[in-house]
Design a protein around this ligand. Sequence first.
Ligand SMILES: [Zn+2]
Ligand SMILES: [Zn+2]
Length: 386
Amino acid sequence: MAQSVSTNSSGTGSSETDAQDVEPDNSVPTNIDLVDDKLYLGNLAAACDIPLLEKYQISHILTIDSCPLPAKITHLPFVKTKFIQLCDIPREDILHHFEDTYEFLRKAVEDKDGRYALVHCYFGVSRSATIVLAYMMRKYEISLEDAQDRLKSRRSVIGPNYGFLSQLKLYEKMKFSIDKNNIFYKRFRLHVAADKVKSVKLLAPPFTDVIKKDPALHTVRPEPVVYRCKKCRRVLASASNLLTHREKKSPLWFDFQGEEDASEMGSPICAQMFFIEPITWMSNVAQSLQGKLHCPNQNCKSKLGSFSWVMGCVCPCGAKVQPAFYLVPSKVDRSTSVLNFTRTVVPQEFKRHGRVSRVTLGGIRTTGRTGRAQRNNLTKFPRGIG
Ligand SMILES: [Zn+2]
Ligand SMILES: [Zn+2]
């Protein structure tokens, strides 16, 4: 029995049952090239040609296509397959699959019983070439340019679409791994999520990872610099949630060179608006295309800013940011306090005597009578302005 490993672009498992088996168009000739050690790159017709698979001793097939291979191939006893459902359009997130496909190919070529691996899409030009370029870049730790030269010398017809090329460039910038803290990667992921929100009016898995944990509740390693509601002092964002841009320069996830040029020209980081990642306290961001952001403290609810997935927002400096989630600087304070959250503990012995004890993360402890003046006093925090 053939082993079959499947995944789709949403990463939620097999989609073989969702898509129909499609026989290749017989008018398309088979097309296959040996592009690396034990690795072939070819078209769909080649992947469906059983005599060819036998002739080239192919034991592993990686399919990146809108439809899976027909059962006559996936059920071959000598072939292990993996399917990734993906269209050849620049807006598709192919980067998301680079780690997974690298592992499949690495194991295939290292498999003592394995013979050759074949990566294919419909024409063997864009999607499959992108996967092979990412594989080569990581394997040999080479730039996209070097990987393209190497691959083109073995298969001249490769031509990833411009969206895939930008994702490969980002992969190179991230040193051949997915760095979730990389600002370009964050922008890219938000851009992909915005596309989904635009089409289905809802942010659903697997794109919900773009909504970050609430720093007021996430206290394992509180960050030293946070942004608080000016009115109630509630922590709203950490410094790492900030998506900065340079003055008058619209931030684009793929404009690596533009960002470098702006940096070299000394263009300052804009501080006229605080653009941040979406955070779980923004209760309406997963269900709405745009809206207002209010302080999550139920006793405050101060208006802090707005968000817009599709239209984005023009910063007062002139930069267009899309999607945009922003806090108005006059509504928030930048604070260098490490006391990211506080809680009030009322021990039994004090309750009886009408006294409270307040403990903060920093270990500061205050006690006093629970009168109005005391309660008011308890809500005051040192305003650490950074
Ligand atoms: Zn507030
Ligand atoms: Zn700006």
